[in-house]
Each structure stands twice: as C-alpha cells, then as structure tokens.
Write a protein that binds this ligand. Structure first.
Ligand code: FE2
Length: 197
C-alpha cells in the first residue's frame, strides 16, 4: 500500500483506522492507547510533518482536521501561544492528544466535592509534558490543566469522542476557591483550504 501524499488522505486513513480500532474493541473497553499510537504515527508522517500550522494568536484556537459523522469524533489541531494557560477542566468525553510542535505541561487532578454544595478540593496527581512524539489519553472524567510551558507556541492534535459542537458543557474548576462552573466547549475554526488538501 502506498503512503498517502495528501494531508487529507493521511488524516482520512488515520480516522478510518481509529474507527476500526473502536469497532473491534469489546463492549465497554476503550482502546485509547492504540488510538494514541495511530495518531502519533499520523503526526510523525512525512505528509503531516510538511504542514505549516497557522500562527498562534493571543489565545488557543482549535482548527478542524476531521469531523466524521460515524463515529462522530472530532480531530483538531490546537494552536496556542507560549504562556497560554487553561484552568483545570473536565471534558466529559474521552480525548487523545499527541504532540506535533512545541511543548505544553498538562497537570491532572482529583476533585473532592465539598459538603452540602460547599467548596471542594482539587488535588494535583501528576503532570505530563506533551511534545512531538509523545501522546496522552484522558478518560471522560479526567480533570486536567494546560500550560504552554515551552519557549514557543504549540500545535498539537486532539481527538475527542465527539466533535466540539456536540460536546457536553465543560466543567471548569477554580483551584483557589474549590468552586466549579460549567462552560461551553470552544468553537473550532476551519483551516485555509490550501492547508489541508
Ligand atoms: Fe482539555
């Protein structure tokens, strides 16, 4: 089988493989590690490596790479400037992220709810650096924060169990007060037609 030379073909091939991984998983089991390996291979492919990601703006932006209808996953290129931070939050759907350009530090937490709806407590469990060649899997109830900790911007791949427009509301945590609130998922942008051809 020849390697795809067009970025859209490389992405479609990876998404088809990921759909197959999920289709062959036994009921109730997620095979996020296999999905992570397939996405790392996509990010490392010559076809993908030749893509120049959009310049980072003042905040993080999600660009659509693929939003298939069945299964209704969303694959995005998340571009964010150095120093950008996302507070602790929970997506409510599983996610696999792999590094493409730049470095960011992800911290993971456990939340203990307060009594009678009062302030809760957020304990940091571990931190992991997402960088080229590395990947990270998150289950639907995982809580993480993001800090673009490298010297430059990041451009990483994020695959979610649902496209962003079909997300449940995010739960965002305040480490200082132990409170939490809901927030809408970000609205992704489209890449210029020349970027994915
Ligand atoms: Fe996140």
């Amino acid at each position: 089988m020849s390697s795809p030379t067009r970025l859209s073909e490389a992405i479609d091939s990876a998404m088809a493989d990921i759909a197959s991984i999920e289709a062959h998983a036994s009921a109730g089991s997620l095979r996020l590690g296999e999905i992570e390996a397939r996405l790392i291979a996509l990010a490392r492919s010559a076809t993908f490596a030749s893509m120049e990601p959009p310049a980072a703006g003042a905040t993080g932006i999600y660009y659509v790479l693929s939003e298939p209808t069945d299964p209704p996953y969303g694959l995005y290129l998340n571009v964010a400037p150095a120093g950008n931070r996302a507070p602790p939050h929970c997506h409510g759907v599983w996610c696999v992220a792999v590094g493409f350009r730049g470095e960011e530090t992800n911290r993971f937490y456990r939340f203990t709810a307060g009594q009678n709806g009062g302030a809760g407590n957020l304990d940091e469990l571990e931190s992991r650096v997402l960088a080229p060649g590395a990947g990270m899997c998150m289950r639907a109830d995982d809580i993480h924060s993001v800090d673009v900790s490298g010297a430059g911007p990041v451009a990483h791949l994020h695959l979610y169990a649902r496209r962003l427009s079909q997300f449940p509301e995010l739960v965002v945590y305040d480490t200082a007060t132990g409170s939490r609130r809901t927030a809408p998922a970000p609205v992704p942008k489209r890449l210029d037609s020349g970027a994915v051809n």
